[in-house]
Design a protein around this ligand. Sequence first.
Ligand code: VGL
Ligand code: ZN
Length: 198
Amino acid sequence: MKPRLDNSCALVIVDVQNDFCPGGALAVRDGDAVVEPLNRCAALFARAGALVVATCDWHPPDHCSFRAQGGPWPVHCVRGTPGAAFHPALRLPADAVVISKAEGPKVESYSFFGEPGLEQPLVERGIRRLFIGGLATDYCVKWTALDAARRGFETFVLADAIRGVDAQPGDSARAVEQMKSAGVKLVTVEEVAEGVAR
Ligand code: VGL
Ligand code: ZN
């Protein structure tokens, strides 16, 4: 499976933020291992004239997903804090589009498409194929990929550029199976690179 990279493609880098990396408030094991393959991928997309989007979890201090508010998570990715910043080694192209999500205190949104009005600009730019990588496999990556596939985008997940929370053992593996069942294709960054070379 070597998809050809052109401007009908967009790369969606999901939540590569300090709080989801080792040492962060909601650390994903080896979360920082996604940075290098995503940097490589972002450079390939930029060279192909394809859009790069980076999402960030961007919560108010009293967000409904935090335990003090009855949610499942420790306080994480509070807007404007160091934990909410992108991993310092992440290299985004100058014209990358940054999208904040789950900004309202009462709104949880694991999916990029949970924020209204994001699909139309992609469609208007002729984007039909989305390549998704980042954190976390079993939450924001999964829901973004499932939503993308449901909306009719040809949807690829970058198998070597995702890591999961695995609150229950096997959650990430199950997430991958669920994505595949929904028609999402798994590709490696190397396969994407080969698609550019042709
Ligand atoms: C995420 C848990 C809580 C994610 C965000 O980015 O996958 N997971 N907030
Ligand atoms: Zn969150």
